[in-house]
Design a protein around this ligand. Structure first.
Ligand SMILES: NC(=O)c1ccc[n+]([C@@H]2O[C@H](COP(=O)([O-])OP(=O)(O)OC[C@H]3O[C@@H](n4cnc5c(N)ncnc54)[C@H](OP(=O)(O)O)[C@@H]3O)[C@@H](O)[C@H]2O)c1
Length: 304
């Protein structure tokens, strides 16, 4: 166990899971001034935690020191068990990476057990482009929203705890939820099947109408978001784009609108840390997480 040498201004946070993604969470928690206690067992996890500035590294949740809140960034198929174990050890709020879990009954159980202190990390709800789409929709800047279209595709997926649909669709469903203020019902879907597992899903939800394409069988990595309104469309061309395009139906030149802001992971962790310190809760309470799990399950069941 490594003990802290530096002083921290922020709260004490446990991070369970310091893998490929967890190390970015550690980086941002440290940058927010948190004293982070990492649960990591393998040499790789311990090394990432040490390099990332963890104040304490322990092998099991049971060995955690007293902390004010916890972040869970383990594989999806372990979320429920890890969250429940963390909840017994830690009294404060828990922030679990998306998706909350991969079956609706377990999601409902987590809501019933921990609904008031469990939140889901849905970083796209903090993306400055998505937030501008939401503002345009809410203020009807281009009239009523007619439809929303999303594409999130990759060339392969090297994770095997859940398939690419469970891995990526939560981002698009929570983007729709943030922009429309509701998650429309499942309407129809077509699945892409690989030799051993599902490798994609083309989903239609609505009304209000939303289409989503998620696939690991694309020629490359692509994220795209379009919103069609009465008087024009709004386009986000990639997660790292620094502008969105406003294309009005009146034939005027495209407007490019700056969307530079804090990176979404840092923004969502700032919200969580603020909540641990007594501020308002972050977006995506456990009930939203359970709704997303239910919708993914429904779309999978109706998929052709
Ligand atoms: N929001 C986003 O954009 C985004 C992006 C990527 C991933 N994620 C999410 O982040 C989570 C982790 O993904 P990842 O890519 O970082 O996975 P990963 O590289 O496989 O890392 C998983 C980590 O969890 C630990 N772990 C596994 N099972 C555990 C258990 N039962 N108890 C305690 N620790 C356990 C592992 O520790 P040991 O090695 O010590 O066993 C490892 O450090 C997933 O939920 C994923 O959906 C989100």
């Amino acid at each position: 166990m490594r003990q802290p040498e530096e002083s921290h201004e922020g709260p004490k946070i446990a991070l369970v899971g310091c893998g490929n993604w967890g190390r970015h969470i550690l980086r941002d928690l440290v940058s927010l001034g948190c004293e982070v206690a990492v649960v990591g067992d393998s040499p790789d996890s311990v090394e990432r935690a040490r390099e990332g500035g963890a104040a304490t590294i322990v092998a099991t949740i049971g060995e955690l020191p007293e902390v004010d809140g916890a972040v869970v960034a383990t594989p999806t198929d372990t979320h429920a068990q890890v969250v429940e174990e963390v909840a017994e050890r830690v009294a404060g709020p828990i922030y679990c990476e998306k998706p909350l879990c991969d079956d609706p009954a377990t999601a409902d159980r987590l809501v019933a057990e921990l609904g008031d202190r469990l939140f889901v990390m849905d970083k796209w709800r903090y993306h400055s482009g998505v937030l501008e789409f939401a503002r345009i929709a809410r203020q009807r800047e281009l009239g009523e929203v007619r439809s929303l279209h999303m594409r999130r595709v990759t060339d392969g997926d090297n994770h095997f705890d859940v398939d690419t649909v469970w891995r990526h669709l939560p981002h698009d469903l929570t983007t729709a939820l943030e922009i429309l203020g509701e998650l429309p019902p499942a309407h129809s879907a077509i699945a892409e099947h690989g030799p051993t597992r599902r490798i994609g899903l083309h989903a239609v939800l609505g009304p209000p109408w939303v289409t989503i394409e998620v696939s690991e069988a694309a020629p490359g990595h692509r994220r795209e978001l379009r919103m069609v309104c009465e008087r024009g469309s709004v386009i986000l061309d990639g997660g790292w784009a620094e502008q969105i395009v406003i294309r009005r139906h009146d034939g005027s030149a495209d407007e490019l609108r700056d969307i530079t802001g804090e990176l979404p992971l840092l923004a969502e962790l700032r919200a969580f840390v603020g909540h641990v310190e007594g501020g308002p809760p972050p977006l995506s309470p456990a009930t939203d997480g359970a709704l997303v799990v239910r919708r993914i399950d429904e779309l999978g069941k109706i998929a052709l």
